[in-house]
Design a protein around this ligand. Sequence first.
Ligand SMILES: [Zn+2]
Ligand SMILES: [Zn+2]
Length: 180
Amino acid sequence: MANSLKINVFLIPEEGQHFVFSEGDAWFKGCFKEDEIPDFSLDKVDVSCLITKTFSTVFIKGSFSALIDVCCSRCLENTKLTIGSDFVYTLMPAKTEAGKDIALKPEELEISHYSGDFIDLTPIICEQIILQIPIKVLCSEECKGLCQQCGANLNVSSCKCSSNSLDNRMAVLKNFIVKN
Ligand SMILES: [Zn+2]
Ligand SMILES: [Zn+2]
């Protein structure tokens, strides 16, 4: 499958295995169900990681950097955003040994599971990308946003609304004074 980056657990050498890969938006969008596709596009992600194994426990230690094309929360224009992070995963086989019912220690809550003989890096990388997307993205700290009344992008054009609304406020104020 084109959208999977699968690693055969049994083929991970003792000294570990390096993975370096780059992917783009087609890969990224293909990792989500139709109704869960994120509302930004991934121009490019570069991933580098080292995968090691101790018995059946697999450790993934890596980093990524990505260029995202995302909508500014204020002016709604598309803007480029660079994100990146280090990540560490510990994965154990999903099947638990029969008869053993040990309470999880706090540090074990950080452990993920894999089933079968393969580990797919795809959901791990997608999860990391999603985690690094800020809730509010601004094209610039000085973004003026859109006019509340006419919707004009105030970064590229000005509109007459602000002066008009000021006139309206003064008119209201004038009436108020007259009535009293
Ligand atoms: Zn903006
Ligand atoms: Zn306006």
